[in-house]
Design a protein around this ligand. Structure first.
Ligand code: NDP
Ligand code: GDR
Length: 341
């Protein structure tokens, strides 16, 4: 039975990846940080076969202890501060976790494997780094492939570029089996509510159920290549099954604007978005990534990967899930209110 260690287990991708690997018969361990992390109980209720180990990307010794305890065949480093705007508010913290944190995980693997090169190369511990299309940033060539230059536009993107290059460097310096998946935006009903697709689907559900009447957004013209997280974790796993370590771009190859996403979500509940959406200039970023679109040819040809869910299907899935979630939460609130009288 193969063993996988996933950092970022309490996040969107961690939960989908764990679900996928458990389905393939893996023993899956998730790295969790903090005391009584409330997101740990959420993921452990959902995936009862998961095991947990404590650790933090800012604490080298905890990572060494975690890798030593789990003795994984595969390590997926998904942990990060993933909300781009936070990287202008706390740039040093984001650099430490998203950049130096990658180095710490690589060092933990090297420390545990010691001088035994066979344990860091192909036959030993394999390492996946969650790189991001944000590294492309200000694009001059579209679509973006594995050959496209980086020009990150946020401290988040800069830190991710460091994580990307240090993974490549450990591969070249020490022969480690380390790869980066350059993933474009992927979403789901488990997406954090601060990201634009989930912010929209949640607002649409609340507006439809009469619980609010406005949705404030920033730049409606921004264009992204969005897919379903459940599809993208299959690519992460496929990358680590190759004999030789290679980096891949993973995306749908289709572009949609934030305005398109808004329009699809409101249309799906027969409402006109123009009646509800307002622009809040505070939500416009200091340096915007205007347009991203993947060229996923290499992943399609070499990994046989392609997404199953289209963007309109994804938006509909998210709105439907939020309609159920909001309506249940509202019923629960009403019940509590009634019980308190
Ligand atoms: P989430 O924000 O949903 O999850 C982030 C995870 O990182 C959480 O489990 C969080 O744990 C953990 N984490 C944060 N800081 C630390 C730390 N110091 N030590 C240990 N764990 C920590 O992100 P996603 O699941 O969406 O993304 C997964 C990865 O993929 C991230 O690295 C992201 O940057 C990258 N990525 C995501 C894309 C997307 O569209 N979703 C696209 C490209 C890249 P806690 O519960 O403790 O907060
Ligand atoms: P992004 O995702 O920054 O691409 O990073 P996000 O959903 O936050 O923004 C996408 C685009 O929408 C525009 N936008 C808004 N965004 C948010 N969050 N809230 C708003 O109100 C709003 N209005 C307009 C943004 O300006 C932006 O252009 C995600 C994260 O998952 C990263 O971790 C990952 O690396 C990249 O995707 C690929």
């Amino acid at each position: 039975m193969k063993r996988a260690l996933i950092t970022g287990i309490t996040g969107q991708d961690g939960s989908y990846l764990a679900e996928y690997l458990l389905g393939l018969g893996y023993q899956v361990w998730g790295l969790v940080r903090g005391q009584a992390n409330p997101r740990k109980s959420r993921v452990s209720r959902m995936l009862t076969d998961l095991s947990f180990v404590e650790g933090d990307l800012m604490d080298q010794s905890s990572l060494v202890a975690a890798v030593d305890k789990v003795q994984p065949d595969e390590v997926y480093n998904l942990a990060a501060v993933s909300f781009v705007p936070m990287s202008w508010q706390q740039p040093e913290l984001v650099t430490d976790i998203n950049g130096t944190g990658v180095l710490r995980v690589l060092e933990a693997i090297r420390t545990v494997c010691g001088l035994d090169k066979s344990r860091t190369a192909g036959g030993g511990i394999r390492f996946y780094q969650a790189s991001s299309s944000e590294m492309f940033g200000k694009v001059v060539h579209s679509p973006q492939s594995e050959q496209t230059n980086f020009h990150p536009r946020s401290p988040y993107g800069v830190a991710k570029a460091y994580g990307h290059y240090i993974t490549r460097n450990y591969r070249e310096s020490f022969g480690m089996y380390g790869v980066s998946g350059i993933l474009f935006n992927h979403e789901s009903p488990r997406r954090g509510v601060e990201f634009v697709t989930r912010k929209i689907s949640l607002a649409v559900a609340e507006i439809k159920l009469g619980l609010r009447d406005k949705l404030y957004l920033g730049n409606l013209n921004a264009v992204r290549d969005w897919g379903f997280a459940g599809d993208y974790v299959r690519a992460m796993h496929a990358m680590l099954q190759r004999d030789d370590p290679v980096d891949y771009v993973v995306g749908s190859g289709e572009m949609h604007s934030v305005r398109d996403a808004v329009c699809m979500a409101f249309d799906s509940v027969d409402l006109d978005w123009r009646d509800y959406v307002e622009i809040d200039p505070e939500l416009v970023r200091p340096a915007e990534v205007e347009l991203l679109c993947a060229d996923p040819t290499r992943a399609r040809v070499e990994l046989g990967w392609k997404p199953a869910v289209t963007f309109p299907e994804l938006m509909q899935m998210m709105v439907e899930a939020d309609l159920v979630a909001v309506s249940n939460a509202h019923k629960y609130d009403q019940l509590m209110l009634a019980a308190s009288w």
